[in-house]
Design a protein around this ligand. Structure first.
Ligand SMILES: [Zn+2]
Length: 268
């Protein structure tokens, strides 16, 4: 295995002079946010932006019924001034087929459910291992950014940080297992063990979930505190031109704005 110092020496020797090589001590704080275009991920993107990371947004089109959210994610990234990568993984719909989000023709979208019902079991809007897959996609981009900085630009590994920002929430949510803290704790360890960044350079993947313990109302307040562009966001699971107002996602969003005592800027 190549040691950290020899890898750095090679990178420094073979890289042509550039601004980052002239200042090799400059710390690089790379971050990737998974941005769906909804209230939660838009808030997390605004929080990550405010912390001064070198931030990239990843938006995944996976053949979901609500393509409208990809358009929202574009508008949000633009409003925040964050560089965005939109990736089309529509094939995922054929694999993760057991879901009302990937196959609305086969499964009925739950509607008008009380929050207690949402907590009771994992609903048919759960998409099999979607967050695990998305996390890996975001981490692949993040690792690439960090490795390039180390091996091509000559940044010292000890000056590199890599953080994934995820809008998971375990309070006002639909009971999805991949929104709970224990999933992210073990995912960070899996990424470290399975990556060059973690094993060769000793750089852990940070996974930040700033919303994990917040209510929807708290998320709305956090969004406003960070000037998140909420007017551009889209949360509805249904595929219409306007939010349906009846799916779990619409109901949780409405609950959040009502409890925060603030009108939803996307509905004005
Ligand atoms: Zn809806």
């Amino acid at each position: 295995m190549v040691s950290i110092s020899s890898a750095t020496d090679i990178a420094t020797r073979t890289t042509p002079l550039s601004e980052s090589v002239v200042h090799p001590a400059a710390a690089r704080r790379f971050a990737v946010v998974l941005l769906s275009g909804g209230l939660d991920s838009t808030t997390v993107a605004a929080v990550a932006k405010s912390q001064g990371h070198e931030l990239l947004a990843v938006t995944v089109h996976y053949g979901q019924t609500h393509r409208r959210e990809v358009l929202a994610a574009k508008a949000v990234a633009q409003a925040l001034g964050v560089e965005q990568r939109i990736v089309d993984v529509s094939f995922f719909r054929d694999l993760a087929w057991y879901s009302a989000l990937t196959h609305p023709d086969r499964f009925t979208l739950p509607s008008d459910r009380a929050t207690q019902q949402m907590d009771a079991d994992i609903p048919i809007t759960y998409v099999p291992l979607r967050n695990t897959f998305f996390l890996t996609l975001g981490a692949a981009l993040l690792e690439s950014q960090a490795l390039h900085a180390i091996e091509v630009e000559g940044t010292l590994p000890e000056h590199v940080q890599a953080t994934l920002f995820i809008a998971a929430n375990a309070i006002d949510y639909s009971g999805y297992p991949d929104c709970r803290p224990e999933f992210y704790t073990t995912a960070a360890e899996t990424l470290r063990l399975g990556s060059k960044l973690g094993t060769q350079y000793g750089i852990p993947f940070g996974i930040e979930t700033p919303l994990i313990a917040l209510s929807k109302a708290d998320i709305v307040r956090l969004a406003l505190a960070h000037n998140a562009p909420l007017a551009h966001t889209w949360s509805c699971y249904a595929g219409g031109e306007l939010p349906c107002g009846r799916c779990d996602s619409c109901l949780l969003r409405a609950k959040g704005f009502a409890e925060a005592g603030i009108p939803d800027p996307a509905r004005l």
